[in-house]
Design a protein. Structure first.
Length: 256
């Protein structure tokens, strides 16, 4: 039976680089199911890798897309050895001032779609399989002006840690990746104000670095993964400082 990896958000950023890293470094995976809305990007990716790709151009916020994935899984009954939920986006701005569609869209994709994909794929995962959920260092504390995005990623982090514990008996590990700022399309999608925010001016890692780091953390069975001084430093700060102090610091930074 073919050993399959499933990667959502595979058309760009960390998801795309994870597929390329699997192609280069994971001979034990025979096929990757790549999921994204932009089929042209998936086709382009197929020209850049040697591994067999099954392209599923699905919009995961639509219930029909989840049903289509569920039907494909039921029909093919793959041996899924790795699931990566990398689909997600953020919009920068105050709660209530962003378009309602954008606010709810973050919840639907970052939380609901991630949960749905995980639940429909789990029955096809056996002992030794791995799950990677792309969260964010924003998950560690509330983020003024980035509040909904941070809240959705806090959900991803909490969900992943709980699932990691629940699946111990099945010998399946779940790793929540919590990167800091990354050189991707993220800030373009987040909006003009995001590109000029304090967060955008922090040192950034690359998608390639994040892909390599989280795959390594997943192989080790780590529940949470941070890479680079920004993400790791913020993770430590949120353990040492009260939330109120962190919010005061962020308020001061945002004023600058």
């Amino acid at each position: 039976m073919n050993r399959v990896a499933i990667v959502t958000g595979a058309s760009s950023g960390i998801g795309r680089e994870i597929v390329k890293t699997i192609d280069r470094d994971y001979p034990n995976i025979d096929e990757v199911w790549v999921i994204a809305r932009r089929k042209d990007r998936l086709t382009q990716l197929s020209d850049e890798v040697f591994i067999k790709l099954k392209m599923l151009d699905l919009d995961l916020v639509q219930s029909e897309s989840i049903s289509a994935l569920e039907a494909t899984l039921a029909n093919e009954k793959p041996n899924v050895t790795l699931l990566v939920n990398a689909a997600g986006y953020g919009k920068f701005g105050k709660i209530g001032e962003l378009p309602l569609e954008a606010e709810l869209g973050m919840v639907k994709l970052n939380c609901e779609a991630m949960t749905a994909v995980t639940s429909v794929v789990l029955p096809y995962m056996k002992s030794g399989a791995k799950i990677i959920q792309i969260a964010s260092s924003a998950a560690f504390a509330p983020q003024p002006n980035f509040g909904i995005y941070a809240a959705t990623k806090a959900y991803v982090l909490s969900y992943s840690r709980a699932l990691h514990e629940e699946l111990r008996g099945r010998d399946i590990s779940v790793t929540a990746a919590c990167p800091g700022p990354v050189k991707t399309e993220f800030f373009d999608v987040a909006g003009e104000s995001a590109r000029h925010s304090a967060i955008a001016n922090l040192p950034k890692t690359t998608p390639e670095e994040e892909a390599i780091h989280v795959l390594k953390a997943s192989r080790k069975g780590k529940a949470v993964s941070t890479n680079g001084p920004v993400a790791t430093g913020f993770r430590i700060a949120t353990k040492l400082l009260p939330v109120g102090v962190l919010l005061l610091a962020m308020r001061a930074i945002n004023k600058k």
